[in-house]
Design a protein around this ligand. Sequence first.
Ligand code: HEM
Length: 192
Amino acid sequence: MILKRLKEETRVQHEEVEAAVDVMNQMFDLDDYKRLLERFWSFYAAYEPALPVAELKVAGFDYLERVKLPLIEADAKVLGLERNDDGLELPDLSSVAKAFGSLYVIEGSTLGGQVISRHLKQHLDISTENGGAFYAGYGQQTGPMWKAFGECLTQFAEGKDVDDEIVESAKATFASITNWVGRKANSAAVNS
Ligand code: HEM
């Protein structure tokens, strides 16, 4: 059961990334939101072209139906964002197993995205049209999209000796995102 293993073995890293993005904090304001989105913009602008989309498709998963960069770009336009990609380190996506492990983190983040999206609406009056498209994500389709991804991943891993590689890649992806979007990384980038 690869999904169960992923959830259990990355639980602490989920807590760390939640603390790093810090959006649920009462003090999180519009400027913080813009800085966070700029970091995700850099990440996805590098990450999505690095994915082995053709091989994933052969393995039954069509990432092109799920691209997130256009949503961030729409938000960036509305909010007038500027990105600085200096120092970004992507996880290794050089095999389908690694890509699936990494995408567990990316697709799983859409679940938390729904919570964040409601919070943004409530506290900063941000919704899909005015800078919240990325977090609104798949909207009502989030549950079914997550389930479909889980089924693809499970099917891919079945009968192959790839579970460790998948879990390691998920951990590397959590680490990459936590380092990149964390507030410390943010202020270091601003000060340098
Ligand atoms: C404040 C920020 C966040 C909150 C409040 C949050 C909250 C949640 C919630 C409520 C779930 C669903 C749990 C369940 O149904 O069992 C979830 C799942 C998940 N989130 Fe987050 N999340 C946040 C940020 C992130 C980020 C930034 C990432 C990755 C970059 C991430 C990765 C995941 C993953 C991989 C899962 C799937 C866990 C599983 O069921 O295996 N989350 N999150």
